[in-house]
Ligand binder design. Structure first.
Ligand code: TA6
Length: 326
């Protein structure tokens, strides 16, 4: 990277909205809108987009941006009286120039700290005072890391409770594609777990068999999930690895063809190129007393896959690569 290249650049995005571009030495990048504290782009060193953003996304308040990484806070979905997925994704965040100390890796130079605080308007619909700090980091190797810190700043002695999700839309080649009876996109790490099925009144079921594959609409909240989940895109020969901390659940969503047609800001065929896998805290909401803080972290990597199906251990993946037994 030349000396002039900026790790962090402030500029204007679609419709003149404030945008921050993070860049790393090897050419990878990420883009973040202050509107929603919303990551809308994550590219690898070849300039390939790794997140899905709808061809019909509306970059205009009060609509949330369809794609990227919406922040669902303080309510996931319609699990409460607020608007679906809460208000954080439709608020204007600000840059936090002086965040409280935070364990950081000194090799990370491309990062931005954002903050969202209650407004008098919000207090009418959610009667609490809070500080939500979000650090978005693009690591030197291209990993994208999001850390959320939510603090209860109520002065009336009251606790508050919330649910949360990083509603990540991964870009996949074609989820509807089936080759040799096997779907081209699959998710590993959620096999045999219990889940709540949003398409069946949130009834509880247990996942069977192997990796999760896709042949119709899916909207499930997997419970007590492991800290690592893999999303394999066979055609693109790419595996996304999602690592998480403080977020026990994982939501998997694809609207498929019929539901996609009912979503105004989603193109009819867009569903083929997206898969939401969301690090979340849904089943057991988080409660904070005044002065308490919660942290929830998500890290994403995109690796070429000769990554072995069934193996989430990076060492095994390395051996698969080296000896070619993917
Ligand atoms: O996370 C899955 C989900 O809650 C689905 O039920 C689905 O409707 C999706 O999120 C999108 O929600 P949105 O409010 O962004 O249209």
């Amino acid at each position: 990277m030349s000396l002039e290249t900026k790790y962090v650049e402030f500029c204007k995005g679609i419709n003149g909205l404030d945008k921050i571009i993070l860049r790393e030495v090897r050419g990878c990048s990420a883009e973040v809108y202050l509107y929603g504290g919303h990551v809308t782009s994550w590219k690898n060193e070849h300039g390939e987009e790794l997140l899905f953003v709808s061809s019909k996304a509306i970059f205009k308040p009060p609509k949330a941006i369809r794609g990227g990484i919406p922040i669902c806070f303080p309510q996931f979905s319609n699990l409460g009286s607020l608007e679906p997925h809460g208000f954080a994704r439709t608020k204007f965040w600000t840059v936090d120039n002086d965040p409280p100390p935070f364990p950081t890796n000194s090799s990370n130079k491309a990062f931005i700290d954002l903050i969202l605080k209650h407004s008098e308007e919000d207090v009418k619909i959610w009667p609490h005072r809070y500080e939500f700090r979000l650090r978005i980091t693009l690591g030197p190797g291209g990993d994208l890391m999001l850390t959320s810190r939510v603090r209860n700043t109520n002065t009336d002695g009251k606790s508050f409770t919330f649910t949360f999700a990083y509603h990540t839309y991964f870009h996949v080649t074609d989820i509807s594609e089936v080759v040799l009876l096997s779907s081209e996109v699959r998710v590993e790490g959620l096999e045999t777990l219990d889940y709540l099925d949003n398409l069946k009144n949130r009834e509880r079921f247990t996942e069977q068999g192997d990796a999760i594959v896709f042949e119709s609409e899916v909207d499930k909240v997997y419970l007590s999930t492991p800290t690592k989940i893999a999303i394999l895109d066979h055609e693109r020969k790419r595996t996304f690895e999602l690592r998480k901390d403080g977020l026990p659940d994982a939501v998997v969503w694809n609207p498929w063809d019929k539901k996609a047609k009912t979503i105004p800001d989603l193109g009819d065929d867009d569903y083929k190129h997206m898969l939401c896998v969301e690090a979340a805290c849904v089943e057991n909401p988080i409660t904070l007393k005044p002065g308490e803080e919660w942290r929830g972290r998500q890290e994403l990597s995109a690796v070429p896959s000769s990554y072995c199906s069934g193996q989430l251990d990076p060492q095994t993946a390395f051996l698969c690569d080296k000896f070619g037994f993917a």
